[in-house]
Ligand binder design. Structure first.
Ligand code: PSU
Ligand code: MN
Length: 312
């Protein structure tokens, strides 16, 4: 009896990423919402290129993920990255939108949740980004809780971020992560970082100081049949930090504007980040770039450790 082959996944790989995966080498997934819904052109393109370069310099292959031309791209060739950075009408894709974007033949940028889904499909287990989505302030009224949190509990990818974005309610975000069984690991310190600042004033539930430990924990999680990934909270480098007392009043102003202007749903995060950029005269963007580069370095180290771990 012949078995029907399942239809091929709508994935397409860049040459580098295909070769690295075939050889069992370290690969780090990168999201694309940060490119299309986070930074203005051309800083978005320059940053994306620098982040990819940072991953390479640290011994891993970068796989920037996006939906273009009816396919999920695992790694973008240089021209595709340039096209995405200038594209108009790009959908912001989370778990709910990924299949719809493909069906519509539209261009879509992947959030943390969608990047995790695509990375896992491609066999990539480490992903570096800026900050994850979480529980928004006032969520007790708006119910606005990012799908990123549930994704971390379901999809086996270790996400390296500078904590959750400080525009969020961080205590509630940590509570939901705990409820969902997501390990939250601060890297090299006790405190949970707050994106632009090194500390949120909250303790992280777990601390690790070496990439090998983080890699081993992800491998063990899967071996124990625990679904889901891990959040690695890597503090922004000191030289780029914006102290809490400086950024907090700015966040308050942006939140107030979002409220009066009735900004909701998917637009909240891009709106707030955009306003904070304007209100800090670009300082928040410089900090954002520095922390993403820092996360790319750590992501590469974890991916190398994971490639070692599974080679034995
Ligand atoms: N970085 C940006 N802009 C963004 C995001 C990151 O500069 O919009 C995205 C991330 O991709 C994150 C998402 O996964 O915000 C969370 O959005 P939401 O709260 O709508 O789930
Ligand atoms: Mn939301």
């Amino acid at each position: 009896m012949t078995h029907l082959q399942p239809p091929a996944l709508p994935l397409t790989y860049s040459r580098d990423v295909r070769a690295a995966l075939d050889a069992g080498q370290a690969v780090v997934a990168l999201e694309s919402t940060i490119i299309t819904h986070g930074m203005p052109y051309p800083q978005n393109l320059e940053t994306a290129q620098r982040v990819e370069e940072e991953v390479r310099t640290n011994g891993a292959v970068p796989a920037t993920i996006a939906v273009m031309g009816g396919k999920i791209h695992i790694g973008l060739e240089a021209e595709a990255l340039e096209a995405l950075a200038q594209a108009k009408d790009v959908m912001k894709l989370s778990r709910a939108d990924l299949a719809a974007c493909l069906a519509l033949g539209r261009t879509g940028a992947t959030t943390v949740a969608a990047t995790m889904i695509c990375a896992a499909l491609a066999g990539i287990r480490v992903f570096a980004t800026g900050g994850i989505g979480g529980v928004h302030r006032g969520a007790e009224h708006s119910f606005d809780i990012s799908a990123d949190l549930r994704e971390l509990s379901e999809t086996p990818v270790t996400v390296v971020a500078a904590g959750a974005k400080a525009i969020l309610d961080l205590p509630k975000t940590l509570e939901v992560l705990e409820t969902l069984g997501v390990p939250v690991i601060a890297y090299g310190q006790q405190d949970f970082p707050a994106f632009w600042s090194r500390s949120s004033g909250l303790l992280a539930p777990l601390r690790m100081d070496r990439p090998e430990q983080i890699a081993a924990a992800q491998v063990l999680r899967t071996r124990l049949k625990l679904p889901g990934g891990q959040l690695v909270a890597n503090p922004i480098p000191e030289t780029a930090e914006i102290p809490r007392e400086v950024i907090n009043p700015v966040i308050e102003v942006a939140l107030e504007e979002a409220k009066t202007q009735g900004i909701g749903a998917k637009s909240v995060t891009p709106f707030l980040l955009g306003r904070i950029f304007e209100l800090t005269n670009g300082r928040s963007l410089d900090a954002n770039i520095a922390l993403v580069l820092n996360n790319a370095r750590l992501g590469a180290a974890i991916a190398r450790a994971m490639a070692e771990e599974t080679a034995h």
